[in-house]
Design a protein. Sequence first.
Length: 261
Amino acid sequence: MNILKKAFADGRPALGLWQALATPYTAEICAHAGFDWLMFDGEHAPNTLQTLLGQLQAVAPFSLEPVARPPIGDPVLIKQYLDIGFRSLLIPMVDSADQAQRLVAATRFPPAGIRGVASATSRASGFGSRPDYLARTHEDICLIVQIESRAALENIEAIAAVPGVDALFIGPADLAGSLGYLGRSGDPVVQDAIAKALGRIRAANKPAGIFAVDVADARARIDAGAAFVSIGTDIGLLSNGARALLNACRSPQGSSSSLAQ
C-alpha cells in the first residue's frame, strides 16, 4: 500500500524532506534518515525523467514514499512520472475543481480517465510482472494538489470534494506572493490565511499538508492537525551544515566536538 496514504488512514503525521539536489547519491543519504516521504522536485530543481528514475531506484530499498512534483499538471508528464514508478504526485498551482478533475483523469486508465495505457514496458508494472496492474494501480496513487493562490483559497472546498484528490498541500511562498506579500510568508496576514486554509481542508475531511519553515513551525502545524509536513530540504541541510561547520571552526569558542558533527 502507498505509505503516505496509509499514514493518512492511520492518522499518523507524516514527516518529509524536499529533494532538490537531483542526484541519487544524496537521495539515498536522506532516505537513510528515516523520513516517511521524500519529495522529488521537478518544478524548481534541475530534474529530468532520467534523474528522477535514478533517485527512485536509489530509495527503492527504503520504507518511505517517494513523491514527485512535476513542473506543471500536464497529462503527458503525469503519465511519464507514473510509468517510471511514482505513486504519489504533488501538483503545483491547482486553482479550481475543474482543474483537479482533469488531474485525476490523467492518473487513471480508461474508461475512468485519460492516462495512456502501458504495462509490459513500464517500471511501475514491474515490466509486466504484475498481472493486476492495469486494474488496480489506481488504488495506490496518491494525488496531492497544491493550494498556492488567492483563487485556490476561494475554491478549497470544491477542490477537496473532487473524487480522486487525496490531499491538499499549502505552498506558503507562492501563496504569499498571490496575496501581495511576496517573500513575506511569515506576515500575519499570510499566516492567518494559511491557518484558516488548513482548518478548511481538515473540515472537508481531507489530509492537509504544508511546507514548514523550521522545526518550531513544523511542530505547530502538526499540533494544529496537519497530516503531513515537509520539515526541510536537502539543499538547506547541506548549506546550513557547511556554514555552521565553517563558523564553528573560525570561532574562538569552536571545539573539537563541533568539528566532529
